[in-house]
Design a protein around this ligand. Structure first.
Ligand code: PEP
Ligand code: MN
Length: 336
């Protein structure tokens, strides 16, 4: 339920109202937007008498939220959420480019890619340390050592880092990681989501391979319900009958999510297509469709990458693409 307050409402009356709602075991979130102030109520709102609320001097209107996600709902929080990570702003009109290898392979590899993507305009470094692989015989990532190497690259370049967590037990290793990534395969690992809800750092939540948009939002709600509202959504392609690409990039998820939620929306064209040559057209399409950013796999030697070389672009291609992305974003941003 949301209560929209009249402009310049009396502080004393407002505190009476919040005390009364709190006494009914409701969790209140006050959101001061640019146009109005709203109180978002989470909990059993069936106990609230809407007519009584509407009759109050300071109340403009009262609406029930039908959707099962509340904190992630744009009705609850009309303005875009903006997340600050090491100087980079994610959401709210800026465009964020995260880039780096699928997996961290060595100190030399991660530090040199980090420097080149930074020079080309990326503001977040990606790199997998714990890798979810289809085969147990495939490279599983450098694990704790991989995180150490990412931290070294962070120290050298100043770039904040994003890396994937696969299990709650790994959390202590993520202490100095700037953004924790929840991979597609873990989107509905509810115990992990609950644990991340207790963290005070941004979480990039990838859409599951066969998850609907509303399931993605419910997973974001799990994290937010625990108290962590810094959630970034990521569309990375879904499973369809099409086999020409690794997955099918659901670009229509961008405008749908934009309407339903205030959370930033990032597109991963690398996992969505599985083909390096398709990263450019799909990145540009995502910009045109109104995404808040991209996460792109970049490798200095794609044919010899230990993971996902076929979809990784070189630092040189990334440099060109990054400029094209920014030029296109400048042209389209006024249209949204
Ligand atoms: C990744 O980003 O390295 C990854 C494994 O992605 P996804 O979870 O989208 O498959
Ligand atoms: Mn990958």
């Amino acid at each position: 339920m949301i209560i929209v307050l009249k402009q310049n409402s009396d502080e004393k009356q407002l505190s009476h109202l919040t005390d009364w709602l709190t006494a009914q075991s409701l969790d209140i979130q006050m959101i001061k937007g640019s146009h109005s102030t709203v109180l978002g109520l989470v909990g059993d709102t069936s106990v609230v008498d809407i007519e009584l609320l509407e009759a109050l001097d300071i109340v403009e209107s009262v609406k029930r939220i039908q959707e099962p996600y509340k904190k992630a709902n744009r009705k609850f929080h009309p303005d875009d959420t903006v997340i600050n990570v090491g100087g980079a702003q994610i959401g709210g009109g800026s465009f964020t480019i995260m880039a780096g290898p699928c997996s961290v392979e060595s100190e030399e590899q991660i530090c040199s890619i980090a420097q080149s993507v930074k020079d080309s305009g990326a503001t977040v470094l990606r790199g997998g340390a714990f890798k979810p692989r289809t085969s147990p015989y495939a490279f599983q990532g450098l694990r704790a050592d991989g995180i150490e190497l990412l931290l070294e690259a962070k120290e050298k370049t100043g770039l904040p880092i994003i890396t994937e967590i696969m299990d709650i037990s790994q959390l202590p290793l993520f202490k100095d990681v700037d953004i924790i990534q929840v991979g597609a395969r873990n989107m509905q690992n509810f115990e992990l989501l609950k644990a991340l809800g207790k963290q005070d750092k941004p979480i990039l939540l990838k859409r599951g391979l066969s998850a609907t948009i509303s399931e993605l939002l419910m997973s974001a709600e799990y994290i937010m319900a625990g108290g962590n509202e810094k959630v970034i959504l990521c569309e990375r392609g879904i499973r369809t009958f099409e086999t020409a690409t690794r997955n099918t990039l659901d670009l229509s998820a961008i405008p749908i999510l934009r309407e339903k939620t205030h959370l930033p929306i990032i597109i991963d064209p690398s996992h969505a297509t599985g083909i390096a040559a398709m990263v450019k057209p799909m990145s540009l399409a995502a910009v045109a469709a109104g995404a808040d950013g991209l996460i792109i796999e970049v490798h200095n030697d794609p044919p010899h990458a230990m993971c996902d070389g076929q979809q990784s672009i070189t630092p040189e291609s990334f440099d060109k693409l990054s400029r094209q992305i920014n030029a296109l974003h400048s042209a389209v941003k006024e249209m949204y």
